[in-house]
Design a protein around this ligand. Structure first.
Ligand SMILES: Cc1cc2nc3c(=O)[nH]c(=O)nc-3n(C[C@H](O)[C@H](O)[C@H](O)COP(=O)(O)O)c2cc1C
Length: 476
């Protein structure tokens, strides 16, 4: 099994460009890529689910190329000894799709209209292949795919209650997931197996099922170089390779708190792309939804006496290195951070009903970084930290006003002043994120990402939590 540290995950744009390059200068055709994808999917299924035990397979095909991959997979599964049936409600009658349908019909593989599907899919099929939508899909699934997806979700619920249920295998992306953010609404498919094609898409980091395979044993070196792809070696002559770790089980999982979790090796930069993307997206959504100051956050610290203290601060910037704010290095928070570098941040954006918790350790940013930020501020803001002695007692606010006026007069002909040495930035380097999304239905969703030490290595562990009922009486 390949550890995810050696594997690149690509976003939608990169996936599109890779396909364009394959089918442009590199001379591949769409039929060839479909053939390779379908063969990969069938091979991965064959590695995990034996045809004697999991004989009957329903392949649900969407209208695009993902559906074509499903048609090819069905043909190979037939030759591998499975009994596939196809549900292909929105047939594409152009080549290569028409040819694939003809090939399957010549093998007497049945095509089932949606209306003829059994009420309980699990009673007629041991495996369901979700080949509905791929990485280029966006928006909301339309009929009949919306209800087909819901039927797959209800199969998962059967699995949770230990009823006999078919296993679900998704081709490249679980249908309905966002290519980067994954199952945004938390009500989508959670397949048992994901077969990523060419290179896994970023959302695959949130895949919590048991079996993650990669297929793409044809990717030319020029693509690997151009996109700086790290792809695993394929064993023997296999078309697919298992990637990722098996999900962990823990006592919380047994209590039903976590649906599943998955580990990713911590890369050189402690914030992983997915969390950063998600945070920045929510920050942008909050701003668009009219939150006036979405970058204000609660910073909580505790000194050596372990007594916590919280206050608002303003997020100056966030990137892969961490969350930065600026403050007085002689303040209470600064003293507490010097005694104990662990701190937490909290964001809540009411109009979009989202909360983000971030925990980690704090370091001072470099003098150059503080300097850069300070010099970018207007003069009246620069004066404030000189006047303000944070966390100290003053004898009346008039003194502050008076001092402020004095400094204003003193520097009135200047555009900038030197940064006081006691004013600068801190950076929180995250080790824990929790994204919480309130839902109208009162069933709230949570994702947790934490860095854990496993076998001496630091890994990001993603816990997708079972949606929770509202925990307060408020209308959230
Ligand atoms: C909305 C808001 C934003 C604030 N932003 C900052 C900030 O970016 N930096 C800062 O030092 N104080 C900021 N403050 C003031 C702090 O909340 C706090 O009063 C001050 O930093 C002293 O905190 P301490 O005594 O716990 O160190 C802000 C206050 C509010 C209400």
């Amino acid at each position: 099994m390949k550890s995810t540290e050696d594997i690149s995950y690509v976003n939608q744009q990169e996936a599109i460009e890779i396909d364009q390059m394959l089918m442009g200068p590199l001379g591949f055709t769409v039929d060839q890529l479909m053939e390779l994808a379908g063969l990969t999917v069938a091979s991965a299924i064959g590695e995990v689910y034996s045809s004697s035990e999991y004989t009957r397979v329903l392949v649900i095909c969407g209208p695009g190329n993902n559906g074509g991959d499903g048609l090819v997979a069905a043909r190979h599964l037939h030759h591998f000894g499975y009994k596939p049936s196809i549900c292909y409600p929105k047939r594409n009658t152009e080549p290569p799709f028409a040819g694939l349908v003809t090939q399957l019909e010549s093998l007497s593989v049945p095509f089932l209209p949606v209306e003829d599907l059994p009420v309980q899919l699990s009673s007629d099929f041991e495996i369901i292949v979700d080949a509905i939508f791929g990485f280029s899909f966006h928006g909301n699934p339309r009929p009949p795919f919306d209800s087909l997806i819901r039927r797959l979700v209800s199969i998962q619920n059967q699995q949770r209650t230990h009823e006999k249920a078919a296993v679900i295998i998704s081709v490249d992306i679980p249908s309905g997931w966002h290519v980067v953010e994954g199952d945004i609404c938390g009500e989508g498919i959670e397949p048992d197996m994901l077969v990523s094609l060419t290179a896994p898409k970023l959302c695959a980091k949130m895949f919590c099922g048991l079996h993650h395979f990669l297929g793409g044993r044809f990717v030319p070196q020029s693509i690997i170089d151009k996109f700086k792809l790290k792809l695993p070696p394929y064993p023997g002559t296999s078309m697919c390779v298992r990637i990722g770790n098996f999900p962990e089980t823990n006592s919380s999982a047994q209590k039903g708190i976590f649906t599943a979790s998955v580990n990713l090796e911590v890369e050189e930069n402690p914030i992983d792309q997915v969390e950063l993307y998600k945070f920045q997206k929510w920050l942008g959504d909050a701003s668009e939804a009219g939150v006036k100051e979405p970058h204000y956050m609660v910073l909580s610290t505790a000194g050596k006496d372990a007594k916590p203290s919280s206050r608002m601060v303003s997020l100056e910037g966030v990137n892969k290195d961490g969350f930065v704010w600026h403050t007085n290095y002689r303040s209470r928070k600064a003293r507490e951070i010097s005694e104990n570098p662990h701190a937490s941040l909290l964001f809540y954006w009411g109009p979009i009903k989202c909360q983000v918790r971030v925990e980690g350790f704090v370091e001072q940013v470099s003098d150059e970084e503080s300097e850069r930020y300070f010099s970018s501020l207007p003069l009246d803001i620069q004066i404030r930290p000189i006047v303000s002695k944070q966390s100290t007692l003053i004898h009346g606010r008039e003194i502050l006003h008076h001092q402020y006026k004095e400094f204003e007069e003193k520097y009135h002909d200047r555009t900038s002043i030197a940064r006081p040495k006691h004013w600068g930035g801190y950076r929180l380097i995250p080790e824990f994120f929790e994204f919480w999304q309130g839902e109208e239905s009162q069933v709230h969703l949570k994702f947790r990402y934490c860095v854990e030490e496993i076998d001496g290595r630091r890994v990001w562990t993603i816990h997708r939590l079972v949606p929770q009922l509202a925990e307060s009486a408020s209308s959230l």
